[in-house]
Ligand binder design. Structure first.
Ligand SMILES: Cc1ncc(COP(=O)(O)O)c(C=O)c1O
Length: 416
């Protein structure tokens, strides 16, 4: 009896502490304006309001499919977890902030996020897309959406004039990746945004390779930013997820409608993992950039290497645009060998000990990849060759290990 009374008393006391604490925690962040914060502070604090019921500093994983209503329609803003989930909402707020946008939406994969953007269109509409991009995006466009009456025109976006030449009254979307996967080509985002505006089309930039640490396309006039959060945002190769960020409320409503109607939403655990990843994005990216630079120069000076594709070289055709629109050059690169026989390429791909041969990128660990047979196999060979993607091309996602170990590993694998 006594202990039950004490529990009740403690319960009341605890409730009042929580009430006071939630006032404190919920007001404390309002002293700071996110837009005034430097990038690292922003990545750590974006969307991270302490949980009002307990003060938990990390957003809880709301592992629930539904929410109890007091009476029909009387709820706390959450009805069914395909439409809303508090963990996803915290992540979506974070996504908006890190891309300097007003709205963020999270999807079950990067491809699902791309799929949602294309579903804004109607039969007869046309898309101008970059001719060098992730193979899965090309597959989605050509194999899934073409049969619904959409037309895709692929152009070399290194020169914005090539885009202008393809614009017509049916153009509704311009899709670019910069830097591109895997050739590290650079698109001038501000110039393409001006073209999109002029022809009343949306510009969507796949910002996966750069990450919001290196580049913010919304600031340069893009309408939508897309991420495979699987990569640098998550950062630990333990989650598949996608993201869209935008400024326009009407566009957000349309994309939210597609998100809940088509249902490609991420689970709360995965949202938690991406939120945790974002907190260290700036620190990881600094190291990806440092290691990337060391490895790019090591490869360039290696006698067995024919060509290195990395946008931080001053003689890279997109260097000056990259320097204006990016804060660094990142850890993604690709290269070809002088002996580009399939046997030698296979030997190099199979001989690294620290670089793991695997699809994907952007994790803390270094990965080596063969685009022609792995990430870009879904693009027909003639198309790949036409766009400069050789069968012998090797792609690296340089991780954040010690650069000396990575260089030694590559040196051993490449040989003389
Ligand atoms: C540049 C780029 N965009 C989009 C995607 C697709 O993302 P996801 O694998 O998360 O669906 C990838 C995947 O590798 C990618 O590299």
């Amino acid at each position: 009896m006594l202990s039950a009374q004490m529990t009740v008393m403690y319960g009341k006391f605890r409730t009042s502490i929580i009430t006071i604490q939630s006032c404190l925690v919920s007001t404390s962040l309002h002293f700071y304006k996110m837009e005034n914060m430097k990038i690292g502070t922003k990545f750590i604090h974006a969307g991270a309001e302490p949980d009002p019921s307990t003060g938990a500093i990390m957003i809880p994983i709301y592992q629930t499919s539904t929410y109890v209503q007091a009476a029909p329609g009387q709820h706390k803003g959450f009805e069914y977890a395909r439409s809303q989930n508090p963990t996803r909402k915290a992540l979506e707020d974070t996504l908006a902030i890190i891309e300097n946008g007003k709205y963020g939406l999270a999807f079950s994969s990067g491809v699902a996020a791309t799929d949602a953007v294309v579903k804004l269109l109607s039969p007869g509409d046309e898309v101008i897309a970059t001719n060098d991009m992730y193979g899965g995006t090309y597959r989605l466009f050509t194999k899934v959406f073409e049969k619904f009456g959409l037309k895709f025109r692929y152009v070399d976006m290194r020169d914005p004039a090539n885009i202008e030449a393809q614009v017509n009254e049916h153009t509704k979307l311009i899709w670019t990746e910069t830097p591109t996967n895997p050739l590290m080509n650079i698109t001038d985002i501000a110039s393409v945004a001006a073209i999109a505006k002029k022809c009343n089309a949306l510009l969507c930039v796949d910002n996966t390779f750069a990450s919001p640490y290196l580049q913010n396309p919304l600031d340069m006039g893009a309408d939508i930013v897309m991420h495979s959060s699987t990569k640098y945002l998550g950062g630990h190769s333990d989650v598949i997820q996608g993201a869209l960020m935008m400024n326009d409320a009407n566009l957000r409503e349309q994309l939210y409608f597609i998100q809940k109607s088509c249902g490609a939403v991420p689970g709360p655990m995965d949202c938690f993992l991406v939120m945790r990843g974002i907190k260290t994005l700036h620190v990881r990216m600094q190291r990806h950039c440092e290691n990337g630079e060391k490895i790019a120069y090591f490869l360039r000076n290696h006698p067995a290497i024919a060509e290195v594709f990395w946008c931080g070289f001053e003689d890279h055709p997109g260097y000056y645009i990259a320097k204006t629109q990016m804060r660094g050059f990142g850890g993604m690169m690709s290269f070809t060998l002088k002996d580009n026989s399939p046997a030698n390429v296979t030997k190099v791909l199979s001989s690294t000990r620290i670089f793991s041969l695997a699809e994907s990128l952007g994790g803390v660990e270094s990965l080596i990849n063969h685009p022609a047979s792995m990430t870009h196999a879904s693009i027909p060979r003639e198309e790949r060759i036409k766009n400069g993607l050789a069968d012998s091309l090797i792609r690296l996602s340089v991780g954040i290990e010690d650069a000396e170990d990575l260089i030694e590993d590559l040196n051993n694998a490449i040989g003389k």
